[in-house]
Write a protein that binds this ligand. Sequence first.
Ligand SMILES: *[C@@H]1O[C@H](CO)[C@@H](O)[C@H](O)[C@H]1NC(C)=O
Ligand SMILES: *[C@@H]1O[C@H](CO)[C@@H](O)[C@H](O)[C@H]1NC(C)=O
Ligand SMILES: *[C@@H]1O[C@H](CO)[C@@H](O)[C@H](O)[C@H]1NC(C)=O
Length: 392
Amino acid sequence: MKTIFFVVLVCLATVSCYKDAQLLTEGNSKFTAKMFSEVAKQSPEKSFVLSAFSVLSPLAQLALGSEGESHDELLRAIGLPDDRTIKTAFMQLNNTLSFIEGVDLRMANKIYVANGYSLKKDYTAVVRETFQSEVKTVDFTASQRAADEINTWVEQQTNGRIKDLVDPDSFNTLTRALLVNAIYFLGTWKHPFYERLTLDSNFYLPNGKTIQLPTMFNEGLYNYVKSEELNASILELPYIGDETSLYIILPNKVEGINEVLENLKDFSVLEKALNNLHKKSAEISIPKFKTETKTNLKEILQQIGVQGIFNFTKANFNKILTDIKHDLYINGATQKAFIEINERGTEATAANDFDMVAVSRLVPDVSFHADHPFVYVLKTGRYILFTGVFHP
Ligand SMILES: *[C@@H]1O[C@H](CO)[C@@H](O)[C@H](O)[C@H]1NC(C)=O
Ligand SMILES: *[C@@H]1O[C@H](CO)[C@@H](O)[C@H](O)[C@H]1NC(C)=O
Ligand SMILES: *[C@@H]1O[C@H](CO)[C@@H](O)[C@H](O)[C@H]1NC(C)=O
């Protein structure tokens, strides 16, 4: 009998103070671009947020537990050539992320194994060492209790932001293992918005309608670029620590979001545009928003070429459990992601850090009003952590 293996991912960007974190190794910027394009295609005219980055670590964990075709397709998806590279790259990643200044960025991995089964010693050792993954046994047949335990863990890892990630109904007597991954980000704007300046303003939709949204205003020196290749202008909103920023990619035209998404199929266009950012005195307005998205990762991964691991006749995860051979496959994969963009940050920081008063006496070089649907990218160092579309 075939067994069922779930991957569940949870990811969270809390920008209730803001943050941005992005990670993306060079080989994996392709993965982010592909996943972003695919989710955008499946969510037309909708807001969404995702962290392709946080999918990489569970995929890499699965790669280390697989053989043959499954192994090959997982390596291809994450863009790394072999197991040795996975180990060094992900160990390094933890280091890099642990030393990001100013923001709170946490990733956590945990593998739950059904009572009576156990992970192979070699596999346990390698995932502990590489991903700091915890392993715990759980009785999936007591599905409500199992779900409660897992959801409580996820809630703790995400500061209470992601609740009820797993559904007890998704477990049954065939569930053998569950892999959970959480990413949490909290950042504070380097130049916070003043709450008293926030007011309802027009937001224009491509269908010609206008709605009112609470909108934050600021003035100051911002990195800005107008990109011909993207047909959009880009504004950088840095977080405290100077290593992490949120980039707002605003189409030139109210109805330009689809064109911009099309142009973003290749993220090298974005990288190129970001290299051309220049400080400008700017008056800016950005809506406050919260987005929570549950993404069916199985569907997305299948679309971007990861197929065999979901097919019980093809999947090969022989290196994971001690007593099962040739019968483990991925039954489902889900990501829940959350982002909140608001004014928060201390006024003292704003006053100290940002020469707002002086700048506001100048005539701004540019006006950047995010008053129609846009794309955003949260990046830390070279890594893109979160991508999203705001389309209320
Ligand atoms: C790095 O690993 C430690 C456990 O060894 C973990 O607590 C921490 O959250 C990890 N950091 C990141 C950014 O993943
Ligand atoms: C940018 O917009 C112009 C005018 O609508 C259009 O002709 C051009 O094809 C667009 N370029 C890109 C790269 O989307
Ligand atoms: C699984 O793989 C087998 C063998 O290649 C193939 O015949 C079958 O159509 C696949 N099933 C699905 C659901 O893709």
